[in-house]
Design a protein around this ligand. Structure first.
Ligand code: GDD
Ligand code: MN
Length: 397
């Protein structure tokens, strides 16, 4: 990493030592950076501060615009990062060179209102808080004109954070917050620099933190576009799983199980609909020997395998996903593997029924339920093995 520090290291005296360091991660924000810096200077006024632009060598030359501003504004420092790109990594890099007592993080796209920064400082300095979160969900805050679907996703993500990670914040997804230097120094070493949920990394790992929320109204982005694409839901769930379980379980396996559960639900719904609609049975022509095959069964199994394939391809195994015409052969392979899984399921179930495992303890239907469950679990593991070994082959990391 190369950093261009606008303030020569021999210059700052005690008088210019910043109280607040504002770190702003940037990627293609050249039109926003000058406006942001002006807003930050205005909002912070007399409070000695520095503004650290942590740019990932943006193709649009954001770093160049920022360096130009730094020539005349001694508060501005620019990091042009060539390696380890990513939002969290950029923020952590910015924090590592910050000199203030309070370290703030703000989006560069003017969606976060800088005028609450002095309030955040007060809450940390005078009220003894460790973290101040810029919150859209507390009284006085707002989401601007976010669409219903985006608010719903945010609501679900917040719910997950509250239930699974037990963080008591109304807006744990916020990218706008301030931490005290002591909090940073105590917790930074444990933080996972991948991903984008840097606030969650602080408050999800350290339960002893005193966290307060300061309301603000989320604003619309005028210049540039969002960089957080549809893979963020997945990265978010992976981050939550890692925060909760550490590295005991491969978090991708949890996504795989989640997709499996969705598949089961789809299966039941399609089956019920097909039954209600009276989908015909297929006569095998061997009436006596083999029962007719239920159309609703075939339909629901096929639809759920298709849904599970798509979800795993687009979600669980995002990095190894197939696109274009390769989707066809990979679906065929997946279908075949699913049939193997089903055979394993049926095989294990039949075997356990034959040996009558725990039959005397659980009774007929209890034993059947258990045998079915064991069959499903073994099939799940077999499928996971087949899928990750032959279809979505994963790089060893
Ligand atoms: N250095 C660097 N590297 N900066 C990045 C990167 C990256 O890979 N990706 C995004 N940024 C910068 C953007 O330039 C912007 O300043 C800020 O990070 C936020 O990125 P946006 O692309 O504007 O994110 P958003 O508005 O869709 O998402 C916001 O809402 C999320 C959910 O509520 C952000 O505030 C997120 O932090 C927040 O979680
Ligand atoms: Mn944004």
């Amino acid at each position: 990493m190369t950093s261009t520090d606008a303030t020569p290291s021999d210059q700052p005296s005690a008088a210019t030592e910043p109280v607040v360091s504002v770190i702003t991660p940037t990627f293609n924000e050249r039109d926003n950076v000058p406006l942001l810096i002006a807003d930050l200077n205005r909002a912070l006024g007399d409070i000695p501060h520095e503004i650290i632009v942590a740019d990932d060598d943006s193709p649009d030359g954001t770093w160049e615009v920022a360096e130009e501003l730094a020539r005349t504004d001694p508060n501005v420092r620019v990091m042009r990062r060539f390696h380890d790109h990513g939002l969290s990594a950029a923020v952590l890099d910015g924090m590592s060179v910050a000199r203030g007592q309070y370290l703030a993080v703000i989006d560069a796209d003017l969606q976060h209102d800088p005028s609450i920064l002095p309030d955040m400082v007060d809450r940390l300095r005078d009220d003894g808080a460790d973290v101040a979160v810029g919150s859209r969900s507390v009284e006085g805050g707002g989401y601007g004109d976010w669409s219903a679907s985006r608010r719903f996703v945010s609501w679900v993500a917040t719910f997950i954070a509250r239930v699974i990670l037990r963080v008591h914040v109304t807006d744990p997804m916020s990218g706008y917050f301030m931490v005290s230097r002591s909090t940073y120094e105590r917790d930074a070493g444990r933080i996972n620099p991948r991903g984008f949920k840097i606030l969650l990394e602080f408050i999800g790992r350290d339960r002893s933190l005193n966290v307060v929320e300061v309301p603000f109204e989320f604003r619309n982005r005028i210049h540039g576009e969002t960089k957080l694409n549809r893979s963020i839901i997945r990265s978010y769930l992976l981050a939550v799983a890692e925060l909760r379980l550490g590295r005991q379980v491969d978090p991708a396996f949890l996504l795989y199980v989640l997709v499996g559960i969705v598949g089961l639900a789809v299966n039941s719904v399609v089956f019920a609909i097909a039954e209600a609609a009276g989908v015909p049975q297929f006569n095998t022509g061997l009436n006596e020997a083999i029962d007719p095959i239920y159309g609703s069964f075939l339909l629901s199994v096929t639809v759920s395998i298709l849904v599970v394939f798509v979800l795993n391809n687009e979600f669980t195994f995002w990095e190894q996903r197939y696109t274009g015409w390769k989707l066809v052969p990979s679906f065929v392979v997946f279908f075949g593997m699913s049939i193997i899984g089903t055979l394993v399921h049926v095989g294990v179930f039949t075997y356990l029924q034959n040996i009558g495992l725990l039959l005397s303890v659980l009774g007929e239907s209890g034993a059947r339920t258990l045998h079915n469950l064991i069959g499903a679990l073994i099939a799940l593991i077999v499928n996971w093995y087949l899928n990750t070994t032959y279809l979505w082959r994963r790089r060893l990391s």
